[in-house]
Design a protein around this ligand. Structure first.
Ligand code: GDP
Length: 457
């Protein structure tokens, strides 16, 4: 494999910048462009750092004063010889050093190529490699914890334990096919049944964990519903202005939707269509029941806000109808104006059990809202739990495929088909699961996974 190089730190000015190289020729290239301060020390030892200068070998121009860390194969991130040049953080210096590496024999690394090499060289499996990008992209503590859990190989261990059970069954089946004179088929049939049912249970648990995993990874998809003047934008502003709410904006899929992430008690809320809320300057506009219905369909949480200083009207009842049987919180707003008019309204009480009095304007009651959200999405427990959580849609699809194969195998086993026919879907379960850890996966899929990485990782 070629020797690759890339700038691994984020672009822009910073305290330091890191240029990484990996491959057979990495120390040879480094020798041409790096002059250690202690010139007598030519030895290269793994896990050591040398101080010195990067100098252009042609012009003799000194580029920067740097620290270089050394990793000797196989004890490195990629399992190849590696070095990391810690320069001063500034795009000009970093680029010049990278160019020197390239001019002296390195090739520019593709996105994710260092991690891809760690995978291809067998240091980590595919599920672990995918957790690296999840860790980098984590928006909350819990999400990072789930990624670390996967990086440590907990999902892979679970998959391997299921695979071992299947291999055990396969060994029995092979014995049965190879030595038909021994009458062991009946034992094998009941053994297959038990093990397949056990595996189906394990796989169901994994598949179901995806809902929690998705919330950890993508945030709780939240919409704020309420008719004009109920206080939606005041609530939004109060949430966004809170010190603890870390906000980031992402352009949504359509031109005018904005998704905003806020971090509330460690739970990431993905607020949908907030642009729409802010835009309704002319308050005459109807809430658009159809639109509200559509948005609420795939929301994980609906916050329905009502103007508590007024009586409920037809539109309010429509909103109450929408949130029935959904994960929702009712906010009775404008409590600062005195007694709320419909606190004891039966329709309200029936449509949702989380009812909170607040003042979106002065922030009263917002704490209760936050605590309620934490209670509803106890991701703390999810992340702490050493149970394995699936956070990645590719893994979930593979697990679901495996479940189908398990069911097929159970049916053919129960209907008394010959054992070699039963073994076909069992082999397929192995294939489906191996794609998660990467033992059996096409090059296209591998390339697609790593193309989502950042450069230098
Ligand atoms: P939206 O149309 O649902 O986004 O409602 P706004 O947030 O724009 O609020 C409508 C009006 O109600 C504005 O004049 C706000 O100042 C006022 N308002 C919102 N929340 C409160 C509150 O908690 N107390 C009081 N007194 N007024 C509020």
């Amino acid at each position: 494999m070629s020797t690759i190089a890339a700038i691994s730190t984020a672009t822009g000015n910073g305290g330091i910048g890191i240029i990484r190289m990996s491959g057979k020729k990495c120390f040879e290239i480094l020798e041409k462009i790096f002059i250690p301060y202690n010139k007598k020390n030519n030895e290269i030892n793994g896990y050591t750092i040398k101080f010195g200068y990067i100098v252009d070998p042609e012009t003799k121009e000194k580029i920067d004063e740097v620290l270089v860390s050394f990793f000797i194969e196989p004890k490195s991130y990629t399992t190849e010889n590696m070095c990391e040049i810690n320069s001063h953080g500034g795009i000009v210096v970093e680029k010049k050093i990278l160019e020197l590496c390239l001019r002296n024999g390195a090739e520019i690394a593709e996105a994710g190529e260092f991690t891809k090499r760690a995978f291809l060289n067998g240091r980590i499996d595919l599920a672990q490699a995918e957790s690296v990008i999840d860790l980098i992209n984590s928006k909350t503590d819990n999400e990072a914890k789930a990624s670390i859990n996967q990086l440590e190989g907990n999902l892979s261990k679970k998959i391997h334990s299921i695979r071992d059970k299947l291999l055990d069954v396969m060994a029995d089946i092979e014995a049965d096919i190879d030595y038909p004179e021994y009458d062991i088929e009946e034992v094998t049939n009941s053994k297959i049944k038990n093990i397949l049912e056990e595996i189906r249970n394990d796989l169901y648990k994994l598949s179901n964990s995806f809902e929690n995993g998705k919330i950890l990874k993508e945030g709780v998809k939240t919409i704020i519903l309420g008719k004009p003047n109920a206080g939606k934008s005041s609530l939004l502003n109060t949430i966004l202005e809170e010190e603890r709410a870390i906000v980031s904006e992402y352009a949504g899929t359509t031109r005018d939707t904005i998704e905003e992430f806020v971090n509330i008690n460690g739970i990431s809320l993905k607020l949908i269509d907030t642009a729409g809320i802010r835009e309704t300057e002319d308050k005459i506009e109807e809430i658009g029941v159809k639109r509200a219905l559509k948005l609420s369909e795939d929301a994980d949480l609906i916050i329905a806000i009502f103007d508590g200083s007024k009586q409920l009207d037809k539109e309010d009842y429509e909103i109450l109808n929408i949130i029935k049987n959904k994960k929702a919180i009712i906010l009775l707003n404008k409590m600062d104006l005195g007694d709320l008019n419909f606190e004891n309204d039966d329709t309200i009480k029936k449509s949702c059990k989380n009812i909170i009095k607040i003042s979106a304007k002065n922030g009263e009651g917002v704490d209760v809202l936050y605590n309620t959200i934490s209670e509803m999405f106890k991701t703390n427990e999810i992340a702490m739990n050493d149970g394995v959580i699936i956070t990645n849609i590719r893994h979930k699809n593979q697990v679901d495929k495996a479940i189908k194969s398990v069911e097929e195998a159970i049916v053919s086993n129960e209907s008394g088909l010959p054992i070699d026919i039963v073994s076909i879907p069992i082999k397929q379960i192995l294939v489906d699961l191996s794609a998660i850890t990467g033992e059996d996966v096409s090059e296209d899929i591998i390339n697609e996974i790593f193309s989502k990485f950042c450069l230098g990782k």
